[in-house]
Write a protein that binds this ligand. Structure first.
Ligand code: 4AD
Ligand code: MG
Length: 477
């Protein structure tokens, strides 16, 4: 007999069918009602056990967390709260869970406690809902690009380049850490390392994606990226997933149009396909916020917020306009910001980004044309000689969710920039080649996948939207 899923059974109109299901016990009430979950849906199915027909020793093993096999008949439910239930005829315990030891009991656990049990937290409704939404979002992303003529491109994970130039990389080496080979200057000789040069885990697949866009037209990466930045915030991970589309013949406006359409589209898809999980997460958030002061509560319930983003235009504002707004805003004048905005050229902190989005515009914002000095080397220089064709998308509750730009396609301008920053031209020889042979206007952006999942699930900490988070001092599991 084919194993049915609980999702199928709950939707089934085919009553009185004999079925077998396997799942994990959520609760077992009155020695009679098993609430069984198999991950196919948030809901449990009620399995009604006539305890007189079963061995007492067997029933003792039906504890929260135990894996069981249930055979029975699907019948209309007598009780409230579910339409169908299973009248159990046979019951087998596949794997026990000792209630003295099993940490995920049917009560409220704090997210902090569950982070320490990351291998088991997925057995809670909250984490199962988050991870189903995460899975649906990643499917929606691939789907969007497929439907829009993009090729999925796998960027290398091990690389010799630092795309963002921030030096926040994890080194990859096989050299003997206690006794590395040294060169004549007494420094570690990476020529003798596995790759014959210094290598690291990639911070971004962009540079390689550019090479592919210059032949395939439209490509995207969706893979893990790594940053050794020591920022212990609720928005940063040392290992996170990034989606990076790269398009030949796209200028910055086309890039912004694509980014906005893309985000709206994947959010709409998720609204359509994850209704049950989103309703659960919305309720969770409302419960959690009851204990917070009014000022810290979100203005919209989760689903309304997602619909708002999917159905309204993002506000496009230049960096220069944004600085004017920030210089003159109340929290800046009253010195409420940790970093006071004094003049044009200042780098924006998350507090400024969130002010613009949450207090000033009250919608997602795309900031563009940033000062060249605070952005990466590859962005296209504007005619003014001091700003670059950069764009960041800022989201309520999140801050920066997307970073992108039109790329510098002029060989001489790019070479001058590389020189100015003291980067060795030889390291970028292949990247410069792209400007030497058939160069063309092109653009792209990077969306931090976990930040999107944070937004879509209404969760507050990025550690709760990736299965096994890697952060400073933490790589358990
Ligand atoms: O703004 P970033 O650094 O841009 C790039 O890496 C470009 N190469 C992208 C491109 O144009 N192809 O990073 C892009 C996004 C950020 O907006 C943020 O959402 C996310 O990646 N991000 C992080 N997410 C989690 N943890 C971190 N430590 C992150 N750093 C960046
Ligand atoms: Mg950025």
């Amino acid at each position: 007999m084919r194993l049915a899923t609980i999702k199928e059974l709950l939707a089934s109109k085919n009553l009185l069918q004999e079925t077998t299901i396997k799942g994990w016990v959520r609760t077992f009430r009155s020695n009679r009602f098993i609430a069984l979950n198999d991950g196919s849906t948030l809901s449990t199915i009620q399995c009604v056990v006539d305890f007189e027909n079963f061995d007492e020793e067997l029933l003792k093993k039906i504890n929260t967390g135990a894996a069981v096999k249930v055979t029975g008949t699907l019948v209309e439910s007598q009780g409230r709260g579910q339409s169908v239930e299973i009248q159990v005829s046979a019951l087998e315990v596949l794997g026990e869970a000792d209630p003295e030891e099993y940490p995920i009991q049917p009560k409220k656990h704090s997210l902090e406690f569950l982070r320490e049990k990351a291998h088991l937290r997925i057995r809670t409704n909250t984490f199962a809902a988050i991870m189903r939404v995460r899975s649906t979002l990643s499917f929606a992303i691939h789907n969007y690009f497929r439907e829009n003529g993009f090729n999925y491109f796998h960027a290398p994970i091990i690389t010799g380049s630092d795309a963002e130039g921030a030096g926040e990389m994890f080194r990859v080496t096989t050299l003997d850490e206690k006794n590395p080979p040294l060169n004549e200057e007494g420094e570690v000789n990476y020529k003798e390392d596995f790759f014959g040069k210094e290598t690291n885990l990639t911070v971004s697949g962009q540079l390689e994606a550019e090479a592919y866009a210059m032949a395939l037209g439209k490509v995207y990466t969706f893979g893990p990226t790594f940053r050794a930045e020591n920022s212990n915030t609720s928005r940063h991970l040392a290992e996170f997933w990034m989606i990076e589309p790269e398009m030949a013949f796209f200028d910055l406006d086309a890039n912004m149009d694509l980014a906005e359409d893309f985000i709206k589209s994947v959010i709409s898809y998720t609204l359509e396909h994850c209704q049950e999980d989103l309703e659960f997460l919305e309720k969770r958030l409302l419960d959690e916020e009851k204990s917070k002061p009014q000022a810290q509560r979100s203005e919209m319930p989760l689903i309304e917020k997602l619909k708002f983003v999917a159905n309204n235009n993002f506000k496009r504002v230049s960096y220069t306009e944004a600085i004017d707004i920030l210089k003159n805003c109340k929290p800046n004048k009253k010195k409420k910001f940790s970093y006071i905005i004094e003049e044009w050229g200042a780098d924006l902190q998350s507090e400024h980004e969130r002010y613009l989005v949450e207090k000033h515009f009250k919608c997602p914002v795309i900031l563009f044309d940033y000062p060249a000095k605070i952005k990466a080397f590859y962005m296209r220089l504007n005619e003014d000689g001091k700003t670059v064709r950069a764009m960041d998308i800022l989201f309520p509750g999140i801050g920066e969710i997307v970073g992108g730009s039109q790329r510098e396609e002029r060989l001489d301008v790019l070479k001058a920039k590389v020189k100015e920053l003291g980067i060795d031209e030889k390291e970028l020889w292949w990247y410069l080649d792209l400007r030497k042979f058939g160069t063309a206007e092109h653009s792209g952006f990077g969306l931090g996948f976990e930040r999107l999942v944070l937004f879509a699930t209404g969760m507050g900490n990025i550690r709760d939207v990736i299965p096994f988070p890697r952060t400073p001092q933490n790589a358990e599991f």
